[in-house]
Write a protein that binds this ligand. Structure first.
Ligand code: MSP
Length: 510
């Protein structure tokens, strides 16, 4: 069984922004870490159907498929630029997905989990959903967040949610780890408590044609969320035809984590999705876990096209490189909470922690080994107490690092690595190898200092590799240690020969 992680699939109604990039980097970093422990699989993708895409295409006077494909290409290009290593690609217009969604609809229909009914009410065009009195604000109005609201009567297909409410409540209550971070658990339970009514899962074609057709009622297409949520199983091979090229479902499921933003936990991922799986016949122990992250804001405000404050991640990568962007987005936010994006913060983190911190340690270490020992390190076992302290800290850092990753907290994993860098840079000042080099009686101590500074550099490169893969690789090359890229302390052998140093983290003008 592989450690299977997915992200939300991104809407193809507009270009990617920093929020999309953050989520994909977070998933990529977690899965890169996991791959050091066990086989792992990352599925990401795009949400190509629905009213928003149809409307965006209409505005431009082109077909929805053309519009969706164009935006899809922007996402694909961005994931290349950002070094996101995906194992699967979920694009919801893929015919394999369509066929599997239709099989699921048919099976749910056969089981009596879908019914057709007439409904008349207020409808939000923007959110593509009917509104109830619960959506009214204190003034009794439907707020601006719903956009244009119209009165609509329609016959549609409904998915039975309400009858599974008790099951879901019990399930979530008894599974505290279902949602991480833990503080979201209560929020979800409250939302389930308020659940009433069923979910409309069809749209008449006259109103929306850009979707997956109902197999038993061709006048309708599938509601975009119902279609989109199913990507997590269809692209893992659920109900796939023979020779589809998709994975073997049993190798991947259950999913270890759906990595999603806080805005789509309720109702989609925390209510609709587990009930869908339950109705499809998935047992409780096969339910996926939700890892819910917060949002990147701009000066405290939501990023939005109308505010004109949307940050284009592709431009950031062009300016600073993928590693700097990845590092910042992992370092300056605690998973689950929000953070404020700014280029100044990116530069502060990059310069202080990468250029002056880790980069400086690596660079001066290799330089000193070259200068004093022609590039060869020797382990002399001096027993020096400062070196012993560094070794103990390295072992402790690895523990902190793994614990942080188990809780989906890369910022804390990086903190552990950076603390070790600070201690190692401190050791350079403390031992002043340039002085030791002048005293033949200190030769063994100098060797030991250089040996452990080198091993610390190698070790930290391995710790940072999931976050900054290209820079870590370059550093390991300079240490002539790409074969020692392992998450363990004490990997470099005695008499190891280093290669030549060259700065890996160039400084940027502020
Ligand atoms: N298509 C749906 C998800 C379907 S999953 C079956 C969707 N797409 S989205 O493009 O609007 O958002 C994709 C992901 O990006 C979501 O998890 C969302 O929370 C995340 N983010 C969108 N803006 C964000 C920020 N400003 N900051 C961090 N993540 C944010 O929702």
């Amino acid at each position: 069984m592989k450690y299977f992680v997915t992200t939300a699939i991104d809407y193809t109604n507009a270009a990617p922004h920093i929020g999309h990039a953050y989520e994909k980097i977070l998933a990529d970093v977690i899965v890169r870490y996991r791959r050091t422990q066990e086989p792992a699989f990352l599925l990401i993708g795009v949400d190509q159907h629905g009213q928003k895409v149809q409307q965006a295409a209409q505005k431009e006077g082109i077909a929805p498929a053309e519009f969706a494909n164009r935006v899809t290409d922007l996402f694909l290009a961005l994931w290349e630029k950002l070094n996101i290593r995906r194992d699967g690609w979920a694009a919801t217009t893929d015919p394999r997905h369509r066929r599997a969604v239709q099989k699921v609809l048919q099976a749910l229909h056969d089981k009596g989990e879908l019914y057709k009914a007439k409904y008349s009410g207020y409808y939000s065009v923007r959110q593509e959903q009917f509104l109830t009195d619960r959506e009214r604000n204190a003034d009794g109005e439907f707020g601006a967040e719903w956009g244009e609201v119209i009165l609509l009567e329609e016959e549609n297909w409904y998915f039975c949610l309400a009858k599974h409410k008790e099951w879901l409540l019990n399930f979530v209550r008894n599974r505290p780890g279902f949602v991480i971070p833990a503080f979201r658990h209560a929020e979800l339970l409250n939302a389930i408590d308020r659940l009433s009514g069923d979910l409309c899962v069809s749209r008449p074609k006259e109103r929306l044609s850009w979707g997956i057709e109902f197999p038993f009622d061709p006048g309708y297409v599938t509601y975009v969320w119902f279609d989109a949520l199913l990507n997590y199983v269809t692209f893992a091979g659920y109900e796939a035809d023979l020779g589809s090229g998709l994975p073997n479902f049993a190798d991947l499921w259950p999913c270890q984590a759906h990595i999603i933003g806080k805005d789509i936990m309720v109702p989609a991922h925390g209510i609709y999705w587990p009930i869908m799986l339950h109705a499809m016949g998935f047992p409780d122990d096969q339910m996926p876990r939700l890892a819910v992250h917060g949002w990147w804001n701009i000066e405290g405000a939501k990023m939005s096209k109308s505010l004109g404050n949307v940050v284009d991640p592709a431009r950031l990568v062009e300016r600073f490189g993928a590693d700097a962007v990845r590092y910042y987005l992992m370092r300056d936010i605690a998973t689950g909470h929000d953070a404020d994006f700014s280029v100044e913060r990116l530069l502060v983190r990059y310069h202080s922690e990468l250029a002056n911190g880790f980069g400086n340690l690596v660079n001066r270490t290799i330089n000193m080994v070259q200068r004093y020992r022609s590039g060869r390190i020797r382990k002399t076992g001096s027993g020096d107490s400062d070196i012993e302290a560094l070794k103990a800290s390295a072992v402790a850092a690895l523990g902190r690092y793994k614990e942080a990753f188990d809780q989906f907290l890369p910022h804390a994993a990086l903190e552990a690595a950076n603390d070790l860098v600070t201690q190692a840079n401190g050791l350079v000042e403390l031992k002043a190898p340039w002085k030791l080099a002048k005293d033949p009686a200190q030769s063994d101590l100098l060797d030991d200092v250089l040996f452990y500074l080198t091993e610390t550099s190698r070790f930290v490169a391995s710790l940072m590799a999931p976050i900054i893969p290209s820079a870590a690789e370059k550093i390991l090359q300079q240490l002539n240690a790409t074969v020692y890229n392992r998450l363990a302390w004490g990997e470099l052998p005695d008499q190891h020969q280093l290669a030549t140093p060259s700065p890996v983290f160039p400084r940027f003008e502020e």
